[in-house]
Design a protein around this ligand. Structure first.
Ligand code: PLP
Ligand code: SF4
Length: 461
């Protein structure tokens, strides 16, 4: 029997027991302390917005800002003119599309826009730009090279990545798929994966023809932007294939617009029906999402995740390790604990891919290894993410600790992927500005580049 009084009795008694552990540091309970509702009315443009409007996904989608000048107009009066100039120039240089939800904007601390971890992810600043790494190429993961059908990447033995569309509820600076998602920018001519039923049919035909494929990641773009009937049709088509056992619906939505889960009944019911059909067919359908910072998790998130939890829908999270966002043990531990608290399983933390125009966001592999050491042991093992490097050139995801060789001076690490591409070696490159002086000097000399890579490959044998 656990009535309140018997619990109080128990806790009193526990004081009589010799204290093995000191009393808890309140900092360690911070993860459960959520901001209930962002203070959106402090943004002048939202001063007259009601709570009800703010909680409505239609309002969030309609008011999402897709043009840099509009975004900066919204911020005028809250940030300095210098910041506006810096961001205007940042957008002009960035190879990305712009879309930010009012929810995200209202979570940013506009008293400190330079230091805010959410601003850092969505609004580029010219003053922070660093030159790209010389070994960086667009589509560094070779998703297009491993695609038997446009928008379907089959790299691993039993799983494939299906990109039914190329739009997202927001656009992230660090997106690995900046080769495909969003509209063309001045910097990048993109390969588009529009909603196109003919292309989908070719993808389905391929998936059905490969008995080894059991697991499909439906990504994009973002499943949030699929209409309910499209989502249902994709889910049902895949679930009816005898070879398919698992589907993941990938969406950043819960992190940037949790309102949709609470107020878009048609969409969330389509997800629920797909999960239930899967369950009836003894197949797993889950959501994979993408939180990067503890400030992205609010009372709205908790309510949305509880709704999914009540419906028995599993949610896993994949984060990207980013400099100035989540690259300290404290922040990453808080994120991981807070995710667990709202019933989201931390699955992966990616060491930042080599992506154009965001060198200021990348960290070294060594930073990731240090953070992993601190995170492991701070909570349940099943809520402890694996830190991975998605090996450039198509080697796939590798445990960050599993390098064959890592030279912290040149920042070159070497990985193998025997079950993905046997016999091949893959190199990952730390951002040059984070290297010791000797490493920076060698990268400054193009004649050294291949030599450094050869040295690393030699040392890895
Ligand atoms: C990440 C990824 C997957 C899924 O990999 P998991 O390690 O199972 O999460 C599948 N296909 C491609 C091409 C991917 O990049
Ligand atoms: S939501 Fe995902 S796919 Fe879309 S821009 Fe962000 S990281 Fe890229």
């Amino acid at each position: 029997m656990t009535t309140t009084s018997s619990l109080i009795e128990l806790s009193k008694r526990s004081h009589d027991i010799a204290p093995l552990k000191p009393p808890v540091d309140p900092v360690s309970l911070q993860h459960a302390n959520l901001l209930e509702l962002p203070d959106f009315r402090r943004i002048p443009a939202y001063a007259d917005v009601t709570d009800e409007q703010f909680m409505d996904h239609r309002w969030q989608a309609k008011k999402s800002i897709t043009r840099p000048d509009k975004l900066l107009d919204t911020l005028r009066g809250m940030v300095s003119d210098d910041f506006i100039r810096d961001a205007t120039e940042g957008f002009a240089r960035a190879p990305m599309s712009v879309r930010v939800s009012p929810y995200m904007l209202s979570l940013i601390d506009w008293n400190d826009p330079y230091g805010d971890p959410l601003r850092t992810q969505f609004i580029p600043l010219a003053s922070r730009f660093l030159p790209d790494h010389p070994k960086l190429g667009l589509d560094s993961l070779h998703e297009r090279a491993d695609a038997p059908v446009p928008g379907l990447t089959h790299r691993y033995a039993d799983k494939a990545l299906f990109l039914p569309l190329d739009t997202c509820p927001v656009y992230c600076r660090f997106c690995t798929r900046s080769y495909a998602v969003g509209i063309d920018t001045e910097e990048v001519e993109k390969t588009h994966f529009k909603v196109d039923e003919e292309r989908w049919k070719r993808a389905y035909a391929y998936i059905a023809s490969r008995p080894e494929l059991e697991d499909i990641v439906v990504s994009g773009g973002d499943a949030y932007n699929l209409r309910p009937e499209q989502l249902g049709a994709i889910g049902e088509t895949l679930l009816r294939m005898p070879n398919i056992q698992r589907i993941r619906l990938a969406t950043k939505g819960p992190a940037v617009m949790p309102q949709k889960i609470l107020t878009d009944d048609e969409w969330i019911d389509a997800v629920t029906r797909t999960v239930e059909l899967g369950r009836k067919l003894h197949k797993e359908v889950v959501i994979h999402t993408h939180f990067n910072h503890p400030n992205e998790i609010t009372g709205v998130t908790r309510d949305a995740m509880n709704k999914l939890f009540e419906r028995g829908i599993t949610v896993r999270n994949q984060s990207v390790l980013q400099r100035g966002v989540n690259d300290t043990p404290e922040t990453m531990k808080l994120l991981v604990k807070r995710l667990g608290h709202v019933h989201v399983h931390p699955y992966y933390v990616y060491i930042h891919d080599l992506v154009r125009g965001v060198e200021d966001l990348r960290t070294t592999l060594a930073t990731g290894l240090t953070i992993e050491k601190h995170v492991r042991g701070s909570t349940a093992g099943f809520n402890t993410p694996t830190f991975v490097v998605d090996a450039p050139g198509g080697g796939g995801k590798r445990d960050a600790h599993s390098f064959e060789h890592y030279d912290r001076t040149t920042g070159i690490s070497v990985f193998e992927a025997p079950s993905v591409k046997p016999g091949q070696r893959y190199t990952y490159f730390d951002p040059i500005d984070q290297l010791p002086a000797e490493g920076r000097a060698r990268w400054a000399d193009p004649a050294e580049h291949q030599k450094m890579i050869d040295e690393a490959l030699q040392a890895s044998r």
